[in-house]
Write a protein that binds this ligand. Structure first.
Ligand code: SF4
Length: 81
């Protein structure tokens, strides 16, 4: 199963992803983005949210990726390579 990941420790809390795609993102208690769903990961809204992140910290891991959340290997990520 594909997995949505956000490097929350690098989030600047701009709110773009949450504003664009509340199905997949919300704010944690500190006001930074966290992923909330691994469903519907091919949606246009999600791609727009990924493209809109000013610090490029949102990724969708491939089915065969063994990385843990918040990995550094963007080259293995389908939508944020
Ligand atoms: S778009 Fe990026 S920087 Fe802005 S809240 Fe979402 S993850 Fe954080």
């Amino acid at each position: 199963m594909k997995k949505l990941v956000v490097k929350t420790e690098n989030c600047i809390g701009c709110g773009a992803c949450v504003g664009i795609d509340s199905e997949h993102f919300t704010f944690n208690d500190e006001g930074f983005s966290i992923p909330v769903s691994n469903e519907n990961l091919d949606s246009d809204k999600l791609q727009t949210a990924i493209d809109s992140c000013p610090v490029g910290i949102i990724s969708v891991l491939k089915d065969d990726c063994n990385c843990e959340e918040n990995c550094e290997c963007k080259e293995n990520c389908e939508k944020n390579a």
